[in-house]
Design a protein around this ligand. Sequence first.
Ligand code: CMP
Length: 139
Amino acid sequence: AIERTFSIVKPDATRRNLTGAIVAKLEQAGLRVVAQKRIHLTKAQAGKFYEVHKERPFYDELCEFMSSEPIVVQVLEGENAIAKNREVMGATNPADADAGTIRKEYALSIGENSVHGSDGPDTAKEEIAYFFSGLEIVG
Ligand code: CMP
């Protein structure tokens, strides 16, 4: 089925001018960018987005990093978009990511791993709604 998923180009990637290279990989995988904007989160906004991880030891570092510099947030659409996006991103830890994936090519570490993608249909809906209004999504 045609799905939508939520994606972030993280600060380590925007800083290294990799936004276009990452979008190219997403598009080559058959995903369409149906919404996109560059924003700079406050630490509190990052904290709310990553609230499910608040008990994890890396939570504070994660929120600092995600609010350190601009990010590009996106809605991606396509056949099985959620799984397809996870496939093209590669494993969370770049050391475990398959060749040709975004994280294998660009990620610096498990924390500075260049991209985020929703892990399922419910989180995709929630994450899209956190960043975009209906009017900003143009399929
Ligand atoms: P993301 O898909 O954005 O969802 C949660 C993020 O937490 C994850 O990508 C990683 O960037 C980050 N993360 C996961 N494990 C660690 C860790 N051990 N140290 C630092 N950051 C981590």
